[in-house]
Design a protein around this ligand. Structure first.
Ligand code: SF4
Length: 513
């Protein structure tokens, strides 16, 4: 079988879901090939270009393209942040500008078509019917026939996780069907799981996609090949991914010690609304898998992709450090309130922790059932700073319990903690269409498309999106202490590259010269 990771998502590391699937397929003895069409497609467009007029800046970016690519993939990127930023912005320009001249919005992180919406099944079907309109078409046209010839797959599976991948996925499906209309197509991944967990879901893609898969894909894929999932634990496999080609200042090994979330209590959380179970690996199993993967891939950095690394895994990592620096999401728990424990995490290679603080107002946190005390968040930030671990703090504005007063408290909290916060992510709340809490809100009949995952709602305290956006732009982001933090964020690659600039990575340990 042929498994494809379609454009567009950040091309900084291999997709962890497909790597885990690959590990299981290998153990089951299934013949498979994985193609990271996102990375390949982006590199194709950077090297061969999209037809279109180039302005002076874009021509200059093209002339320095190889130099920028080398810099982005080398540890020297970590030494000079300004040079790194120039390379990222120039390469993104080279990707975006020619596409923009045809009306598309294409960046390292996103893809938008002016005429088609990934929220409407009819538009996705149209993307499949007219793949030649997609800016990646020259890549699809060159790569797909050669791949089919080389692998002669019994089926082609797509892993569709983000909205930014949807239109390109269907354009690829359209290309494949033009080459061989009988080839079975399987579509799975996080976005497909969200679509299929909607009440009253009916498959709009029959005739185009043969099998839609919700949740883990291994059992349905193996069943299609007449096999079953082998007994026991199955670690991910990265042998099919070109680790040296990703755009990061050293090879990054994504790894997940669990599926789902160990907390699963936050209001409005899609994980909870979709009823995804929490399935952790035993910490000793996770550690031995990481050691083996690190031996095979020599990563510069390990990226824990868990929704939140469990306290049990954090303890295990502190006791038995993995062989490379690491980072990931953690919840504010009593463990991190212990300065000694934070110091042991640092000794174990923890370079950055991402923390969902969300609000500086305790009542908002309680109403959202975050299970954290804002006073504890301040202590954790102090402990992490003391230990030399960078913090990437996530804030969420416009939630139903928030008003301007509470948003101001978040501003005050952020200013008070500014010297301890290394990086900041600021988001505006979207109401997941399926969250049980939706029933208590006055939702709009607004129709964004049959595949839309969010609903408009009338904010119970009148704190609507326009007001939130204005507060963020006119008060929050321009505060000098906050603006200073925001300027540190790596453009486009954001938290994926931030650990490389945490100033605490051991540079000689990076994998490439
Ligand atoms: S910690 Fe994150 S994933 Fe877990 S329940 Fe809360 S919002 Fe959801």
């Amino acid at each position: 079988m042929l498994l494809i990771h379609p454009p567009v998502s950040i091309p900084c590391e291999p997709p962890p879901g497909l790597a885990r699937l690959a590990g299981i397929l290998e153990q089951a003895g299934a013949a498979y090939r994985i193609v990271d069409a996102n990375l390949e497609g982006i590199l194709f467009l950077l090297r061969k270009g999209i037809p279109g007029a180039l302005d002076t800046w874009t021509k200059r970016a093209r002339n320095h393209r190889e130099e920028h690519l080398i810099r982005l993939r080398s540890r020297t990127a970590c030494i000079n942040f300004d040079a790194y930023k120039r390379s990222v912005v120039d390469l993104n320009r080279l990707l975006a500008r020619p596409a923009a001249s045809r009306g598309f919005r294409l960046t390292f992180t996103d893809f938008e078509d002016p005429h088609l919406s990934p929220l409407r099944s009819t538009d996705l079907i149209e993307a499949a019917e007219r793949p030649e309109n997609n800016p990646f078409y020259p890549y699809f046209q060159e790569r797909l026939p050669a791949l089919l010839k080389a692998t002669a797959p019994s089926l082609v599976g797509f892993s569709l996780n983000y909205l930014s991948q949807a239109l390109c996925t269907f354009a690829m499906i359209g290309c494949l069907r033009k080459i061989d209309s009988r080839l079975p197509i399987v579509l799975g991944g996080g976005l497909v799981t969200s679509w299929m967990s909607r009440p009253g879901w009916q498959d709009p893609f029959s005739g185009l996609v043969h099998h839609l898969v919700a949740g883990p894909g291994e059992a349905p894929l193996l069943a299609l090949c007449g096999r079953s999932v082998p007994e026991g634990e199955h670690g991910p496999a990265y042998g099919h991914f070109p680790l040296g080609e990703y755009l990061s200042p050293g090879p990054v090994l994504p790894y997940s010690g669990s599926r789902g979330c160990w907390w699963r209590r936050c209001a409005f959380c899609p994980e909870r609304a979709e009823g995804n179970p929490y399935q952790p690996l035993r910490p000793d199993t996770a550690l031995s898998e990481i050691r083996e993967l690190a031996r095979l891939t020599a990563p510069a950095l390990i990226h824990f992709t868990d929704n939140a690394i469990s306290p049990a895994l954090l303890e295990a990592l502190a006791k038995e450090p993995p062989p490379a620096p690491w980072y990931g999401f953690a919840r504010i728990t009593r463990h991190l309130l212990d300065a000694g424990f934070c110091a042991s995490l640092k000794r174990a290679g923890c370079t950055m922790l991402k923390l969902g603080v969300e609000s500086g107002d305790q009542q908002v946190l309680d109403d959202l059932r975050k299970g954290i005390k804002i006073a504890d968040a301040a202590v954790v930030l102090k402990n992490l700073q003391g230990a030399g671990i960078a913090s990437y703090v996530y804030l969420l504005f416009g939630t139903p319990p928030e008003s301007y007063t509470e948003a101001r408290r978040t501003l005050d909290f952020t200013i008070a903690q500014a010297d301890r916060i290394d990086f900041l992510n600021i988001a505006i709340f979207n109401l997941p269409a399926q969250s049980p809490e939706r029933a208590s809100l006055d939702t709009d009949p607004f129709y964004e498309g049959d595949l839309g995952l969010y609903r408009n709602f009338r904010h119970p305290r009148g704190w609507n999106r326009r007001m939130v956006r204005s507060f963020l732009e006119r008060e929050f982001k321009i505060h000098p202490a906050i603006a200073r933090i925001l300027r540190r964020d790596p453009p486009y690659f954001s938290s994926n590259h931030a650990p490389f600039f945490a100033g605490r990575l051991n540079l000689p340990a990076l994998g490439r010269p």
